[in-house]
Design a binder for this molecule. Structure first.
Ligand code: 10D
Ligand code: SF4
Length: 316
């Protein structure tokens, strides 16, 4: 039986960013240095395959520091932690390594600097997301106001409109954030903030690549986890940019073949926490059913790398 033809537009950049790569290396190197178990507060990155692989090597994942013993090392996830977390670990004299992405730490520093300059902080982010909790937790409780939407901007109750600053989560939708920042600047003309927002290079590049492929795709799959903010944003970007069927899949087993019936073109990308091995698994599943041609659509090249903390580095 001849298989139907399918052109796969493979978006690039996709998958692991420099912050994810570094965070995973930190866990691996910590296990190598201190032996198992090494505790990790929160999923090191939002991907079950990555977490399961590290668990097999000796990592123990917990949600709170209270769940860790005093005498084993603990790693803080790439999303960042409130200041209270390293403070509690220090008090308990624990060995800890902070795997917060340097681009998230940069936002923490920004928030603290504005606060020290006497400005009230507004954070644009998603309520309850660990990065938002971590960034808001750089300042005393109640000092950071959260806005999630343009509608929230109209409702936010500030102390003094002339003494305000804003920061953002790093994995937001670039286009949605433009609107929220514009609403903030309109309502509070004196507000201080980054030139545009704090969305990182990896989030921006992955969204741009999806924009380039989405209009030509009958369907688009994002390899990523349901708790991965940046991955979910890629699904939204595809849907908003002309692709009628955009879906998140963690593994090939999650592909809804019936929904894809009759497609001739398919976009594939992956969130910043999704390993390439899972992208290949998805492509192979299509090869089993279609006569596949893969076309790489590359909208940017990335060569950013972050160093791991000195405590883990093995001297040359
Ligand atoms: O949910 P998310 O997009 O913030 O995190 P994920 O672990 O999926 O990807 C890496 C992004 C980080 C650590 C936040 F910048
Ligand atoms: Fe860092 Fe951006 Fe990756 Fe988040 S998505 S870990 S901010 S590089």
């Amino acid at each position: 039986m001849t298989q139907p033809d399918l052109t796969i537009y493979l978006a690039a950049p996709r998958g692991f960013c420099a912050g994810v790569d570094r965070a995973i290396k930190i866990v691996e190197m910590a296990i190598e240095k201190w032996g198992a178990p090494v505790y990790v507060r929160h999923e090191i990155v939002h991907n079950k395959f990555v977490v399961d692989s590290l668990r097999d090597k000796g990592a123990v994942f917990v949600e709170e520091l209270d769940e860790c013993p005093d005498d084993r090392p603990v790693i803080f996830s790439a999303h960042g932690v409130p200041k209270s977390v390293p403070a509690a670990a220090t008090k308990r004299e624990m060995v800890f390594v902070d795997a917060t992405c340097p681009l998230v730490s940069k936002v923490h520093i920004e928030a603290e600097r504005h606060y020290d300059n006497g400005l009230q902080m507004i954070m644009i982010g998603h309520a309850g997301h660990p990065e938002t909790l971590g960034t808001m937790g750089q300042l005393p409780e109640g000092e950071v106001l959260l806005v999630e939407t343009v509608a929230d901007v109209a409702k936010v109750d500030v102390r003094d409109p002339s003494k305000l600053a804003f920061v953002t989560q790093t994995t937001l939708s670039v286009d949605d954030t433009i609107d929220i920042v514009a609403a903030l600047r309109e309502r509070f003309p004196a507000i201080v903030g980054p030139h545009k927002e704090d969305i990182c290079y990896a989030t921006t590049n992955r969204q741009e690549a999806v924009k380039a492929v989405a209009p030509d795709c009958d369907a688009l799959l994002v390899v990523g986890a349901p708790n991965s903010s940046n991955s979910k944003r890629l699904v939204e970007v595809a849907a908003k940019n002309g692709c009628n069927y955009a879906q998140l899949v963690q593994r090939a087993t999650e592909i809804d073949w019936r929904a894809l019936d009759g497609i001739r073109t398919l976009g594939i990308t992956a969130g910043a926490s999704a390993p390439e091995v899972l992208v290949n698994e998805v492509i192979d599943a299509f090869r089993d059913r279609y006569n596949v041609t893969v076309q790489l659509i590359e909208t940017a090249q990335e060569n950013i790398e972050f160093k791991v903390p000195r405590v883990l580095r093995i001297p040359a």
